[in-house]
Design a protein around this ligand. Structure first.
Ligand code: BGC
Ligand code: BGC
Length: 601
């Protein structure tokens, strides 16, 4: 009897142990680190805790960095284009180390964590390798490639001192009117979750913090960013919860299981309610159901978009489960407000402790306490030939061949006269798109790279004559033409469009080349499918190149057959605007080219 009872108790304990293990089965849990965090929190004052929850932009503290010490600021970010005057890798490292020095002057010497939008390479940094935007990586369908790209990006980020990228964007864009379509891997939840998972592993490494090139990833934007009505940026998602769970949640489930250390909240609303104030989505679903143990960061000024006065917004956001607030400027008002809210117990101290615990857990996991300053030996990796060759490979694999009449492709390297047309053929800024050097990106020689025209010139035989015209005039007399058309750089809401037709200017280039009566290949540089109109019929071959980045050689590799096209459409390609939204799995699905379409040679 006694023995039996003991056995039962042992069995019960064992079962309880198994249950507790599986429940806390998060890659971000470590009992040794939990102990360090608890000890540190026990020593912290309320002021020191509030400081950890603050994230400011570089510009807010650049002229008064001693406020990092005075307000115990836990995190700094650089928004798009918020770069140091000396925009080189070492200029960034200097900036980082300067700020870190102020953080380490605080009583408890808690290092700050610096975040940046390294969304296709460390793209704010002049001379960094710029990879294809996610839409192109989605077209590659190659997880190994996405891992390599994220790894190389992590190295280029770490080289500047920065600890954290606001990536991967695991939006599942359902409506191509949305200006952020290119930031997602594609319209399909399965594709996105697979790519997002390996991207997290590439940034953080499977063993998070095990190397000085392991940087913190951030799955964004939670949740529903790609599902807003009419594809409006920061708009309202007007579908039922089961649709949100089916389309927009799986990516987060996978990212959390891969150990993602941070998640950014989305500006959008769900059926009229801002996600930034949603206890249900942030605390119940993300932290509860998905068992996310990292920290939640708000988006740039996102808390300010909540209803009510300033204090009410902060109260709602933090109580909803936001741990760190991307303010991104006025830390003084935030600091004072949270103090009052805590004193009035409107934000319970348990909530503040939980937020700080999550942030410190990540700082410990990453090894920030041991390695607070920049590892300068990595600087030579920024824009290195090794990384550029990964990017070139990514470009090759991202191109989708949509048409190839009479096998005009691959082109012969020894053709006697090749005509290249369109401004986009010789413009690094255009081929990189938004989030390059500046927030919106820009045309022209914004950073070193090789344009498509330069790559074509390099690929052909010495006897081949390559001529260029930005408006397409003068094509007559050439053997064939390569025409490059497409979108001009944009980011976020300024890329929202009600019409995705090929522009009148681009159509004019096409008609000029066509009237010369020579065969031609059209390459479209764009952040999403465009409405092709005559361009499809007029062109003998057509390639969707998305936003390939700095390595134009990857385009030439495919044009001349050194690499046979393998890319598959990450979005359904619509016939007309009235077909959008159109997504794989719709009833009466009838696109111009279906999701997954892509020819080869
Ligand atoms: C964007 C985020 C970005 C943040 C910081 C916001 O406007 O929505 O994707 O990470 O700015 O630049
Ligand atoms: C910043 C971006 C940010 C945006 C939000 C810009 O000034 O550079 O990073 O996403 O503001 O509106």
């Amino acid at each position: 009897m006694k023995k039996n009872k003991l056995q039962n108790i042992t069995l019960l304990l064992f079962v309880a142990f198994i249950i507790s293990c599986s429940k806390d089965n998060s890659p971000l849990e470590s009992s040794a680190i939990n102990k360090d965090v608890d000890e540190l929190i026990a020593r912290m004052t309320l002021d020191e805790k509030i400081g950890q929850m603050i994230q400011v932009d570089r510009s807010a503290v650049f002229n008064n960095p001693q406020d990092i010490t005075n307000y115990f600021i836990g995190s700094v970010l650089s928004g798009g284009g918020s770069s140091p005057g000396n925009n080189t890798a070492s200029g960034w490292a200097d900036l980082y180390d300067l700020f870190q020095g102020y953080a380490l002057k605080t009583r408890l010497k808690i290092p700050l964590i610096y975040g940046i939008d390294a969304v296709h390479g460390n793209n704010n940094v002049y001379g960094a390798t710029i990879f294809p935007h996610n839409i192109g990586l989605g077209a590659s369908r190659n997880k190994g490639l996405v891992y390599e790209v994220s790894r190389a990006t992590a190295v280029e980020v770490a080289a500047t001192g920065i600890d954290w990228t606001f990536a991967p964007c695991i939006a599942v864009p359902q409506n191509e009117r949305w200006g952020r379509t290119y930031e997602g891997f594609g319209e399909n939840a399965d594709l996105v979750k697979q790519m997002g998972e390996v991207a997290v592993e590439g940034f953080q490494l499977k063993n998070f913090g095990s190397s000085n090139t392991s940087i913190l990833a951030c799955a964004k934007h939670f949740i529903g960013d790609g599902g807003t009505r009419d594809g409006r940026d920061q708009g309202d998602v007007q579908v039922g919860e089961s649709e949100i769970r089916r389309i927009h949640l799986p990516g987060y489930d996978y990212a959390v299981k891969a150990g993602v250390g941070s998640v950014m909240i989305s500006y959008n609303s769900i059926n009229g309610q801002k996600v930034h104030g949603s206890y249900y989505w942030i605390t119940d679903v993300l932290k509860g159901e998905l068992n996310f143990k990292g920290f939640v960061v708000s988006d740039w000024g996102g808390v300010d978009q909540l209803p009510g006065d300033y204090s009410t917004r902060i109260e709602n956001a933090i109580n909803a489960g936001i741990d760190m607030v991307m303010l991104p400027h006025d830390y003084k008002t935030f600091f004072a407000t949270v103090k009052l809210l805590a004193a009035a117990n409107k934000i319970p101290i348990s909530r503040i402790n939980d937020a700080v615990r999550r942030i410190l857990n990540i700082k410990f996991q990453m090894g920030l306490f041991d390695r607070p300053y920049t590892e300068r030996s990595l600087i030579s990796k920024v824009g290195s030939p090794e990384h550029r060759s990964i990017a070139r490979d990514a470009v090759r694999q991202s191109l989708v061949l949509l048409k190839n009449e009479n096998n005009i492709l691959p082109l012969k390297k020894n053709a006697s006269k090749i005509f290249v047309a369109g401004k986009a053929a010789d413009d690094i800024g255009i081929q990189c798109g938004g989030w390059t050097i500046t927030w919106q990106g820009g045309e022209g020689n914004i950073t070193p790279g090789r344009s498509i025209l330069q790559a074509v010139k390099k690929a052909v035989s010495p006897s081949t004559q390559v001529s260029f015209s930005s408006d397409g005039s003068g094509a007559a007399g050439h053997d064939l033409a390569v025409v490059v058309i497409g979108e001009r750089p944009y980011a976020e809401g300024s890329g929202d469009r009600s019409d995705l037709s090929i522009s009148a200017g681009d159509q004019a280039i096409i008609s000029r080349v066509k009237s010369a009566g020579i065969p031609f290949v059209t390459i479209i540089i764009s952040g999403r499918p465009m409405i092709l109109g005559n361009v499809l019929n007029d062109s003998n071959a057509l390639i969707a190149a998305w936003l390939p980045g700095t390595e134009g050689d990857g385009v030439a590799d495919v044009l001349f057959g050194d690499y046979k096209p393998t890319g598959k459409l990450p979005h359904s390609w619509p016939k007309s605007m009235s077909q959008i939204p159109i997504n794989y799995g719709d009833v009466n699905y009838d696109p111009l080219f279906g999701f997954g379409f892509g020819l080869s040679y």
